[in-house]
Write a protein that binds this ligand. Sequence first.
Ligand code: SF4
Length: 180
Amino acid sequence: MILYVEYSREIEKELLNVMRKFPRFSEVVFYNFAAKFANYIKNESFNYDANTLEDILINSSVESIEDFILNLDVYNESLQYNFMLNKSVHINKAGEMKNFYNDLKIYGRLGVDEFQKVVANDDFKLIWQITKDQIEICKDCQFRYICPDKRIPFKDNISDKYYKHKINCKFNPYENSWKV
Ligand code: SF4
């Protein structure tokens, strides 16, 4: 389980204790991390990112060929699911369960709704099943079954054939080139 939290020195120390007590937390990503925090704890489970939470979770795509994941499980999963979104649930500090960070739709609340029932909802699972074959540009990309792209696909109109993304990724499959 990955925890995303805004960087603060106090939270960083506190989380060291939490992770010892609850090993289910395998990784912490501190967002809004600035270089001025010189004395941060260098724990192998901690990742420090200068980007905002929105950029990390929604706007980031692949940067280079090194980002691709050559793995048979990933390949097989990507044939039927969006493997970066599949099985993901976002729960904010208010306990609201959503598909992704800035999703306007709230599917349930921790402590009120049963978690298993919320994630079994077909509407909730829809985004898990949006493969790269259903997304403009990605559908033509040779890397579509090994690509860890986290952008959230959407349709302008429900009748549109393909989903799209707000921001283009750096790879152009039509020219087989990377934007620098
Ligand atoms: S165009 Fe290719 S590299 Fe870029 S996000 Fe889509 S599948 Fe990944």
